[in-house]
Design a protein around this ligand. Structure first.
Ligand code: FMN
Length: 196
């Protein structure tokens, strides 16, 4: 297996504030990672989920090792990725833990189902993806968790929840197509043309 690990010596460190400012400009899709089974569960809101490979189906997520979900992911070896739709903003907020809700309390008020691993999966999520931990690479404050996809449940909703510049945004396919048609973007039905 190929691996490239370098000791990086920098004479000028970029400040965390500058880096945070750069990352605020990156639009992220909002998901809730879930871990554990039964009453021994927790979860966290993340924007760090990305596809790793399609064959085999695998994804990655960057998980803070001080988050309550991390020991559950390690112990059980499974996790769920629930890609939120635009109506699930309240769920995103609950799973940041900012209002003091812990563990199983975060799951109240929404419908959850399970597949083989027992990890909670969110009904009505744009996609609910059950993963087995293939590898977890612990680096700095976080772990890059590689998940092999075991199961997928899709919902037909068209509006996604995104996070950009410190704010939640709805990305609505139907509304965006209407707007693109209005400014006359090719392939979106023409309409009124506007200089951009
Ligand atoms: C929009 C948004 C995106 C986040 N993305 C991540 C992420 O990718 N990885 C991560 O470790 N924490 C992320 N967090 C922070 C976690 O949601 C938060 O630290 C966690 O839920 C708190 O964990 P605990 O109370 O269960 O320990 C994000 C928070 C917000 C509001």
């Amino acid at each position: 297996m190929n691996s490239l690990v370098r000791d990086i010596a920098l004479d000028r460190e970029v400040s965390s504030a500058d880096f945070r400012g750069a990352m605020r400009r990156l639009t992220g899709g909002v998901s809730v990672i879930t871990a554990g089974r039964g009453r021994d569960i927790s979860g966290m809101t993340v924007t760090s989920v990305a596809s790793l490979s399609v064959e085999p189906p695998a994804l990655i997520a960057s998980v803070n090792r001080s988050a309550s979900s991390w020991p559950l992911i390690q112990r059980h070896g499974f996790f769920g990725v629930n890609i939120l739709n635009a109506d699930q903003l309240d769920i995103a907020e609950r799973f940041t833990g900012k209002d003091g809700l812990k563990g199983a309390e975060r799951f109240a008020g929404a419908d959850w189902f399970t597949r083989a691993s027992g990890v909670p999966l969110l009904s009505g999520a744009l996609a609910a993806i059950e993963c087995e931990v293939e590898e977890a690479i612990e680096r700095h404050s976080h772990a890059i968790v590689i998940g092999r996809v075991l199961d997928v449940a899709l919902s037909p909703r068209s509006a996604a929840l995104a996070y950009w510049q410190g704010q939640y945004l709805a990305i609505d396919r139907d509304e965006d197509i209407a707007k693109m048609a209005e400014v006359g973007l090719p392939g979106f039905g023409g309409g009124r043309r506007r200089k951009i």
